[in-house]
Design a protein around this ligand. Sequence first.
Ligand SMILES: Nc1ncnc2c1ncn2[C@@H]1O[C@H](COP(=O)(O)OP(=O)(O)OP(=O)(O)O)[C@@H](O)[C@H]1O
Length: 253
Amino acid sequence: MTTPVIQVAHAAVGYDGPPVLRDVSLSVAAGEVVAVLGANGSGKSTLIRAVLGLVPVGAGSVALFGTPQRRFRHWHRIGYVPQRLGAGGGVPATVREVVASGRLARRGVLRPAGRADREAVAAALRAVGLADRAGDPVATLSGGQQQRTLIARALAGQPELLVLDEPTAGVDAASQEAFAGALRGFVDGGGTVLLVAHELGPLRPLISRAVVVHQGGIVHDGAVPEPAGHHADPDHEHVHPHCDEEPAGLWSI
Ligand SMILES: Nc1ncnc2c1ncn2[C@@H]1O[C@H](COP(=O)(O)OP(=O)(O)OP(=O)(O)O)[C@@H](O)[C@H]1O
């Protein structure tokens, strides 16, 4: 059996106060694209932050690429795009500069960018469809394009695992499609993805597994459930019969 990329075992995770997640276990194998679903405040972001060591794990354990998280040092193997982070922030950086910053963990701050760095940045820009905006200040881009810039920054580091917190939230349709294409390229190249999502949209065909967080635990781990209330959608496909087992209402839109 190959070593899981992510292995969370019986983890309790929280901030000050009672744990947000209790006895959570999750294993993600190489090449999987796992969506973390759940209602607002259910703990989706907390789960992925715990995987990355950004929130302490009180009980249980987390391992990355087979190494206990507290001993894990190869963070360049992981690309992370946090939730709703403005790429512009008033900084007059160009799209290319922001994307190039994703190379720093690989090359070290003091070594000048080499050809491999420039090629990785160019490939990441092409992957998200922003090659023609490379020289533009990030602040002049739409919200969706700024989000794509952040995804390109993560891709530029050539990670093996991408962790994305609501990458398509509030993003225009063109950017969602561009992002889905970039993600497909990443997965076709052998990458592994863990992402939080409210609406899967064009990402849906890429998702190999869904994990639903509810009331502090994982209540579903398997096929992507149908979102509650979306059966009336014009593009809703009836790929399954209606049944009582459907975890309706467990992830809100
Ligand atoms: N930094 C923090 N300090 C204290 N409590 C927090 C912090 N971040 C989140 N929480 C709490 O943890 C719980 C889970 O939040 P989390 O952001 O993980 O949920 P979520 O499922 O990602 O929600 P959303 O869909 O709204 O992003 C919430 O009750 C939230 O208030």
